[in-house]
Design a binder for this molecule. Structure first.
Ligand SMILES: *Cc1c(COP(=O)(O)O)cnc(C)c1O
Length: 468
């Protein structure tokens, strides 16, 4: 058939636009993108790269494969509960639903009874206060860093500071970098605060704070160094002792806890919690919404009424305020069932072993290779509870499987360690075990396709098992 005949048989644009795949794609994609897909396939046919008959199926395939979102869903098989590179806390079903509901017009700042303006995010604030009765008031901002910025700025700068900003007195052992070169001291000085560093890296005493306090002091600041631990000859001053100093000098005391447990958790005995910090005497306690709290990105500020009000009224509060989606998710996280972070943190090791062994069995059945089930410690992650192992189990695969798993749909991110790829089900919801198995079969089944003529699998490893 001549090139001219081929060209005449290329489907016309109006025909392609009437395909049901196009109707379906219009719910996700804009018209220009759809037309560009069609034009590109017609062009391929015109140039002879594909046959005219292939245009229609190619358009359908291409449109179905186009996603509106560049973010791809991931099954977290690393055993790291709060994985910063995977978006920290996964939201509960209740929080996801709340985000959907808050996505349209909502009464986030209106009292529907009177039709008048109301206080923004009052529902989330009330839920937080109910969950944490030790706080007199609460404020939710964009993230933990914003909360710290707001507190330090409000307490250390302001009208009447003729001599420049006041100082936040903080221990040298607490001036931490929390990740990716992000340093809390730089954040605070960028905000215009002055840090008055006291003590040494490993030891700071109450006297160190006392000597530093003077006319220029704006607040006392305690930061929980969440992502490392100093062992050996160490000393730090607790919140209760700092409270006494703060009272003597009439200063506010701010405690940045990082992780955001609301109450003590026996699984993490060394992790500070908001309620205890408030009871020990902090005026303002700061925590992230998307670490151990298990909610959306948010900065939670809880504390004494006057102190929180001062922060809420500060001009910077408007620049760091929380959006309605996060407010909805915070409220739903608090009022709904146990969030996934807590479920993963408290997973029963015996149950994890059962799930891992069942995965290994079903995988062996599908790909005729058996992979070992080995003990594997999960981690809290996200800069929380460093060095605390969470006893669990993993399926041990060859290292090469990790890349194939990441390329799957959904992508599976496993832990690569000492030439092995470890698949830990701790952070995979049990309801996703079938999906995880399908991804494993897909990633390891490649070896099957490369099997030799005698049917003996080759390639990616594992011990062969007899065929049924
Ligand atoms: C994580 C952390 C922060 C920052 O919180 P984000 O919510 O990530 O902005 C601040 N301080 C401490 C101690 C932290 O661990």
């Amino acid at each position: 058939m001549g090139i001219e005949d081929q060209r005449r048989r290329i489907p016309r644009t109006d025909h392609l636009l009437s395909l049901s795949a196009v109707t379906e794609a219009r719910t996700r994609l804009d018209e220009a993108e759809i037309r560009a897909v069609i034009a590109a396939q017609q062009e391929l046919a015109r140039s002879g790269a594909i046959a005219a008959e292939q245009v229609e199926p190619a358009v359908e395939r291409e449109l179905r494969g186009r996603r509106t979102l560049s973010l791809r869903p991931v099954l977290n098989a690393t055993g790291v509960v709060v994985h910063t590179n995977l978006g920290r806390a996964p939201l509960s079903a209740a929080a996801r639903e709340a985000i959907g509901e808050a996505a349209g017009y909502v009464d986030v700042e209106m009292d529907l009874g009177s039709g008048k303006r109301s206080s923004r995010g009052a529902g989330a604030r009330e839920a937080l206060l109910r969950a944490c009765p030790d706080a007199e008031d609460a404020l939710i901002v964009n993230n933990g860093a914003a909360a710290l910025l707001l507190a330090v700025t409000a307490f250390c700068t302001g009208p009447g500071d003729a001599a420049g900003p006041r100082e936040a007195v903080v221990s040298r052992g607490e001036l931490v970098e929390i990740g990716a070169g992000f340093r809390l001291p730089e954040l605070m000085t960028a905000a215009g605060a002055r840090l008055r560093e006291v003590g040494t890296t490993n030891r700071t005493h109450a006297d160190d704070y006392a000597e530093a306090i003077g006319d220029a002091t704006g607040c006392l600041l305690k930061i929980h160094p969440s992502n490392f631990r100093v062992h050996g000859f160490t000393a730090e001053v607790g919140i209760a002792a700092l409270r006494r100093l703060a009272d003597e000098h009439g200063l506010p005391l701010v405690a940045d806890l990082g992780s955001g447990l609301l109450h003590p958790d026996p699984a993490l005995p060394d992790e500070p919690d908001i309620s205890s910090a408030l009871r020990a005497g902090a005026d303002v306690v700061i925590a992230s919404g998307d670490k151990l709290f298990g909610g959306p990105q948010a900065g939670l500020l809880l504390g004494r009424r006057e102190a929180i009000r001062r922060l809420a009224r500060h001009p910077l509060a408007r620049a760091v305020r929380s959006d309605k989606l996060a407010l909805a998710a915070v409220e739903a996280t608090l009022r709904g069932p146990e969030p996934p972070v807590s479920v993963a943190l408290h997973a029963d090791p015996a149950r994890l072993r059962e799930r891992t062994e069942r995965l290994a069995d079903r995988l062996a059945e599908a790909v005729h290779r058996r992979f070992a089930v080995v003990p594997h410690d999960g981690r809290v992650g996200g800069g929380g509870a460093p060095g605390v192992p969470l006893a669990g189990w993993a399926l041990e695969l060859p290292e090469a499987a990790a890349e194939r798993l990441r390329a799957g749909t959904p992508a599976v991110v496993a832990r690569v360690r000492q030439d092995r790829c470890l698949v830990d089900p701790r952070c995979v919801p049990e309801s996703d075990d079938d999906a995880l198995l399908a991804c494993l079969v897909e990633a390891l089944g490649g070896a099957e396709r490369e099997a030799g003529p005698d049917g003996a699998p080759s390639g990616i490893g594992g011990a062969p098992v007899g065929r049924r």
